[in-house]
Write a protein that binds this ligand. Structure first.
Ligand SMILES: [Mg+2]
Length: 204
């Protein structure tokens, strides 16, 4: 899908030489890092200028941008959907420079629409992201969540009752019906643990 309203009409690689195409060449060693610039604010401003020059602001209401964003996420998924598992690992082994460039462009479409959406919703995205990372650190204490894919509610519940530490409450606090059961009683599983009702929880 053509990303109407993004910068896709113009080359996203303007001013970038062939050898410098972002994403065209995979790195094979060391930890991958982004360039320090541009900032999200730079991207917001450049996209806002691009839209204003074309009088496309009228098409860029939040609902339009959410749908455009979802479309671009679908385009990213399309690049992965028939890949062998070995080619979908970190570093994308086996991808050609053109395939890497195509991914870089689709990811950029996602980012541009996300930034535009945040602007139209008046969300200060960089600060919001840092705030969310702070929340995630609290939700997922490294000492408890390391190597685990469980949802944060698991760690919240375990942290409030020593009874949890022996593992007998795992079934109670998994996501799904037991959470709904707690809600039916008008309290979160966390609140229930704090009120010393974990024994009844284990009987769920
Ligand atoms: Mg696209």
């Amino acid at each position: 899908m053509e990303a109407a309203g993004s910068s896709e009409g113009a080359s996203p690689l303007s001013g970038v030489s062939e050898g410098e195409k972002p994403g065209a060449k995979g790195r094979t060693t060391g930890e991958f890092t982004f360039s320090a610039e541009p900032s999200l604010e730079d991207i917001r401003r450049l996209q806002a200028e691009f839209v204003a020059e074309r009088d496309w602001g009228q098409f860029h209401q939040p609902r339009n941008l959410v749908l455009a964003l979802m479309g671009e996420v679908g385009e990213v998924a399309e690049l992965f959907q028939w890949r062998a598992e070995a080619e979908a690992r970190t570093g994308l082994p086996g991808w050609t420079p053109d395939e890497r460039l195509a991914l870089a462009e689709e990811l950029s479409d996602v980012l541009i629409y996300l930034v535009s959406l945040a602007q139209q919703c008046q969300v200060d995205l960089p600060r919001a992201a840092i705030h969310k990372l702070d929340r995630n650190r609290v939700r997922y204490p490294a000492s408890r969540s390391r190597g685990s894919a469980r949802k944060y509610t698991h760690y919240q519940n375990r942290s409030t009752d020593a009874h949890h530490q022996d593992g007998t409450m795992d079934a109670c606090h998994q996501d799904g019906p037991t959470d709904a059961h707690c809600w039916d009683r008008g309290m979160s599983t966390d609140a229930r643990c704090q009120e010393g009702l974990t024994d009844s929880c284990s009987q769920d």
